[in-house]
Design a protein around this ligand. Structure first.
Ligand SMILES: [Zn+2]
Length: 344
């Protein structure tokens, strides 16, 4: 019986040596060590042994089982290790590969310029105010020192809805609304971005609808030099640190004195080119000291308070900043045009 057990052991080990997958390993375990396996078969003969032989054979049988199990276990571990390594090799990813770029949108250039303007003026302590686009004649004209039949009303041909209501022709009515809302308290310090409407024929530089940003400051001892310093700071942040400004006398009904403001040509830096008509300067906005009549209608005593105001066309700023030659590009939603600004 002992010989049969030894023979079983060497058979099993020989067979195990040739095994190279987990399935075959399981089959061998059943064949030799299972309930109906070869070892059980041999041990069935134990009953016929003498009382002295039984523990001896029992010990041999345990050793045989242990030896076979040890080899099976060892092989199983090796198979598992190999399997894991195979899987890791298959699932390896190259973390240095560049990712796939997702399609992304961008801000419209006019939105970007308005946001830049807001950032610059908020940085100087301004608040951003808004007002209605459908406006009363009173706020759009009368309270800005433009009474009915004033000749300057012709400068801004308007879309009237009724005799007293129109599409606002500038963002200036928000000046009056803001001053009135402050009820004579100072300081007023706001900028007003928004859409405005004029009965213009569309061409390369005109549109019946465009954007303005208006600014107004009202307080005590506000002077022309404050206006100049503010505008210089603004153009340097918008167009670059070397930009200079030039103020030329002008006329607006709502400011006195009034100025038109030029900046150093963005294209040639002042040397003279086609864009600036060889002058080195480009006009970008109108400004002035708030007219005493406007202060008064806004609820401020012009003997005690003074202020300055300025207004500019957002499209004009954007055209100069980005070198766009036709205002209509901003409105016709041409993606090949708009995509140029997505990463600026
Ligand atoms: Zn130039």
């Amino acid at each position: 019986m002992k010989e049969r057990l030894e023979a079983l052991k060497s058979d099993a080990l020989a067979e195990l040596a040739g095994v190279n997958d987990a399935q075959a390993l399981g089959d061998i375990r059943v064949k030799y060590l299972g309930k109906k396996g070869a070892l059980t078969e041999i041990l069935r003969g134990m009953g016929a042994l003498s009382a002295e032989e039984r523990p001896v054979i029992g010990q041999v049988a345990n050793d045989v089982r242990g030896a076979i199990e040890a080899v099976i276990e060892e092989k199983q571990e090796a198979f598992q290790r190999a399997e894991t390594e195979k899987r890791l090799a298959k699932e390896t990813i190259d973390v240095t590969l560049p990712g796939r770029r997702l399609p992304e949108g961008g801000l419209h250039p006019l939105t970007k310029v308005i946001q830049d303007l807001e950032d610059i003026f908020v940085g100087m302590g301004y608040q951003v105010a808004e007002g209605p686009e459908v406006e009363m004649d009173y706020y759009n004209f009368e309270a800005l020192n433009l009474p009915k039949n004033h000749p300057a009303r012709d400068m801004q041909d308007s879309f009237y809805i009724t005799e007293d209501i129109l599409m606002r022709t500038h963002t200036s009515p928000v000046q009056v609304r803001t001053m009135q809302a402050m009820q004579g308290e100072s300081p007023v310090k706001v900028i007003v971005p928004g859409k405005v409407y004029r009965r213009d024929d569309d061409d390369a530089t005109h549109s019946f609808q465009f954007h303005q940003v208006e600014g107004i400051v009202v307080g005590k001892n506000i002077r022309m030099s404050d206006l100049k310093g503010t505008l210089l700071q603004f153009v340097r942040e918008m167009f670059g640190a070397h930009t200079e400004i030039r103020l030329r006398p002008s006329f607006f009904p709502f400011t006195e004195p009034s100025v038109e403001v030029d900046v150093t040509c963005i294209k040639c830096g002042g040397a003279g080119c086609r864009l600036c008509k060889q002058t080195g300067w480009i006009e970008i906005l109108g400004a002035g000291m708030v007219h005493p009549n406007v202060l008064e209608m806004g609820g401020y005593d012009p003997k005690e308070y003074s202020g300055f105001a300025f207004g500019m066309g957002v499209e004009r700023i954007a055209m100069l900043k980005y070198g766009v030659d036709d205002i209509r590009h901003f409105y016709n939603s041409d993606l090949s045009f708009l995509k140029q600004f997505a990463r600026l």
